[in-house]
Design a protein around this ligand. Structure first.
Ligand SMILES: NC(=O)c1ccc[n+]([C@@H]2O[C@H](COP(=O)([O-])OP(=O)(O)OC[C@H]3O[C@@H](n4cnc5c(N)ncnc54)[C@H](OP(=O)(O)O)[C@@H]3O)[C@@H](O)[C@H]2O)c1
Length: 274
């Protein structure tokens, strides 16, 4: 496993996404993932599966300190009391005293950063989160958040796959020394079957999904693919033994022009345009 470092956080470069994984499927996916070598788990209060993620973590037998676990607070809970309530509920669900990374899941335009960011920072000061960060922040939001934060924001979690151009927000995140965590790295199933990805995969003896993950790894970001399929779990980790050359990276970069977002935000942020 490779790591991406940011402001003292050491993030395993491939993580397991868990959105939509529920019940025993989630427990088994988390357990199997950790047993085959994953060390980074991504959940959220909103996913309604933190209990199962915690259970899978315990059943895996992997030491807690070897796992990098992220959860998130929804945009409806960014004021101090609601924020604390949401985080305490997450920790109770997970049956853990601390998460490794706590994110603001989405900004809320009706709650100023002077309110939401101190709520986030308090979680770190209280020892409930080792590191804090944000998700779905645009370049403008990043600058505004950094202007008021008292703790380093170690990551921006954003949608990234070959069919979207995130160059501006990537550069802004890097300017602030933040790691970028890439959600929907398989574009919710739209990567398998895509011509260029399949062809490049064939040349390396890899699948289109592995090519997408490798493309993101070579961009220096941390993809968090979601699957409960044991074969896919293993395949998604198996992306460190081949390299895409400059021409292949350029061909995949061209697909950015597809301009396809697979996630609709809960409200309407003004995204950075390419
Ligand atoms: N911060 C945010 O606002 C936000 C938003 C969306 C997502 N996320 C996080 O990012 C994670 C990943 O995003 P996502 O779950 O939306 O989409 P995703 O990981 O891009 O796509 C999941 C789909 O990819 C398929 N897949 C996974 N590995 C595969 C492989 N090796 N070969 C073929 N197909 C494969 C899965 O099918 P199988 O089940 O058949 O393997 C599943 O249908 C989420 O689970 C969540 O943790 C965060």
């Amino acid at each position: 496993m490779q790591f991406v470092e940011s402001h003292g956080a050491r993030i395993p470069q491939i993580g397991l996404g868990t959105m939509t994984l529920k019940g025993d499927i989630c427990v088994q996916a988390v357990k199997t993932a950790l047993q085959v070598g994953y060390r980074h788990l991504d959940t959220a209060w909103f996913y309604g599966n933190e209990k199962e993620v915690g259970e899978g973590l315990r059943q895996s037998g992997v030491k807690r300190e070897d796992i990098f676990l992220c959860t998130k607070v929804r945009e409806t809970h960014l004021e101090p009391d609601k924020f604390r309530q949401s985080l305490d509920e997450s920790l109770a669900n997970l049956q853990l005293p601390q998460v490794d990374l706590l994110l603001i899941h989405w900004n809320n335009k009706d709650i100023p950063f002077s309110v939401s960011i101190p709520s986030l920072c308090k979680a770190k000061k209280d020892g409930k989160a080792k590191h804090v960060g944000v998700a779905n922040f645009t370049t403008k939001m990043l600058d505004e958040a950094w202007a008021v934060t008292t703790e380093p924001l170690v990551c921006n979690q954003i949608e990234m796959h070959p069919f979207i151009n995130q160059d501006k927000v990537l550069a802004a995140s890097k300017k602030h020394g933040m790691a970028v965590v890439a959600y929907c790295p398989i574009a919710r199933g739209k990567v398998p079957g895509a011509d260029a990805l399949e062809r490049i995969g064939k040349a390396h003896g890899k699948s289109a999904a592995q090519v997408s993950l490798r493309y993101l790894v070579q961009m220096g970001v941390c993809p968090i693919p979601r699957t409960a399929n044991p074969d896919h779990l293993k395949a998604n980790l198996d992306v460190f033994d081949f390299k895409l050359d400059d021409a292949e990276m350029a061909e995949l970069k061209k697909l950015n022009a597809t301009n396809m977002r697979v996630v609709s935000p809960p409200h309407a942020p003004v995204w950075d345009t390419p």
